[in-house]
Ligand binder design. Structure first.
Ligand SMILES: Cc1ncc(COP(=O)(O)O)c(C=O)c1O
Length: 398
């Protein structure tokens, strides 16, 4: 038989999609499912953005366009992303891509040679681990420790993980799946380490504007960081545009030029008419963004209240993202489960509540004792959150 490429053995994936399949199969058997598994949004893209996209198609913006994006969108992004971070970017710093995800791969392609090490959050977005390893690097995880208000990065571990072979650190403030948010001191400590060891930084800011209290800050804005940091920006979460596939990297010029060349190799360009919709999203009315945040905040409050009323389950109320990452260790013991995967399957089959677990967000680290699940509330109505989590509570209480 013909042989496939060896590197495929190192390719991971987003296993959250397999949870979606299990939920769909359970539903197809006639069962009620409460979908807490996918980080997608069940709120439609705002009408003014839809109109802009349709208008762009009607106006003939359907052919190829420049690899790094159309100048008008690059300009709008440089302005908006800069203003919200207290920074100044030129359109030349902006490379438009088909969502935020490709920024991860292109960042690694630009800064990491095979055999080099990249430090990344775990639990974290699973594509970091997958792409570091697929591209021949060594994925070096760093962990979080629970605090009163959520989670904090184990800075000692980050420090101890850096070797002369480390080329980059991936940092996801406002974190998926755990909703962790750095204090200013934590952000500064990460920046300090990057500067001291001359590391590149990928700052994944997918949830920068998905926040209910407080203000977001970017590590890129700290002194000495702009020249070593690539920001991952996406329209997916802020504008409910997950399926439109639009995002960008904001990068130092040298990296931006490499990413633009990678775009030309991989996609030629990002869908032309979607970019015009992106300009409307950034420059048009912003009320729909606030309306969506109001809906998500209500869902968060309802979900947190019920989750914290379940015996053996606890979560701190996050100020950002649309995920809860409750500790379910005692609830699992109560129900007699030793693996969180079995717990999730039993929860689906007994209550219809479908969710991912810690296992979907990177390989479990040595010494990890607590058990966690991830509840996404972006794709489920408040009434169904009440009903579903109410059923979960009854099942755990029984
Ligand atoms: C932390 C994080 N980064 C990046 C992405 C990629 O999003 P997209 O490719 O839709 O922009 C996601 C999506 O869930 C995410 O959670």
């Amino acid at each position: 038989m013909q042989k496939l490429a060896n590197r495929l053995e190192r390719l991971g994936t987003e296993t959250a999609f397999s949870v979606a399949q299990a939920a769909a199969a359970w539903k197809a058997k006639g069962n009620r499912v409460y979908p807490f598994h996918l980080g997608d949004i069940n709120i439609p893209m705002a009408p003014h953005i839809v109109e802009a996209m349709n208008r762009a198609i009607a106006d003939g913006y359907t052919g190829y366009c420049p690899g790094p994006g159309i100048p008008q969108l690059r300009e709008a992004l440089a302005e908006d992303i800069g203003a919200r971070r207290g920074m100044e970017f030129s359109p030349d710093n902006v490379v438009v891509m088909t969502g935020g995800k490709p920024v991860i791969t292109k960042f690694l392609q630009a800064v990491m040679d095979p055999g080099q090490e990249v430090i990344y959050p775990n639990p974290g977005f699973p594509i970091y681990e997958s792409q570091i390893e697929y591209l021949g690097g060594t994925a070096v995880p760093y962990r979080y420790v629970p605090t009163e208000s959520g989670f904090a990065i184990d800075l000692d571990q980050v420090r101890a993980s850096i070797t002369p072979n480390t080329t980059a650190i991936i940092y996801n403030d406002l974190q998926n799946p755990i909703s962790a948010e750095s204090t200013a001191a934590e952000r500064e400590a990460i920046a300090q380490l990057a500067i001291e060891h001359d590391l590149w930084v990928l700052s994944d800011e997918a949830y920068f504007e998905t926040r209910y209290e407080g203000v977001s800050s970017s590590i890129a804005a700290l002194p000495g960081m702009a020249e070593r940091t690539v920001i991952l920006y996406t329209f997916s979460k802020k504008f409910a545009m997950t399926g439109s596939r639009l995002g960008c990297a904001v990068a130092p010029l040298e990296i931006a030029q490499i990413m633009s060349k990678l775009n030309t190799n991989d996609e030629s360009c990002t869908t032309h008419y979607v970019q015009w919709a992106g300009i409307e999203a950034l420059r048009g009315p912003q009320e729909p963004v606030q309306q969506m945040l109001d809906v998500l905040k209500e869902r968060r409050d309802v979900a947190c209240e019920i989750v914290n009323s379940i015996p053996g389950v606890h979560v701190a109320v996050p100020q950002s993202t649309f995920y809860l990452f409750p500790d379910v260790t005692e609830a699992m013991e109560r129900k007699g489960f030793t693996t969180v995967g079995e717990f999730a399957t039993a929860a689906l089959e007994n209550t219809g509540v479908s969710f991912c677990t810690r296992e979907h967000f990177g390989r479990r680290l040595p010494g990890e004792e607590r058990q966690y699940i991830r509840l996404a509330y972006s794709g489920i109505e408040t009434a169904d959150i009440r009903e579903g989590l109410g059923r979960l509570r009854e099942w755990i209480e029984a």
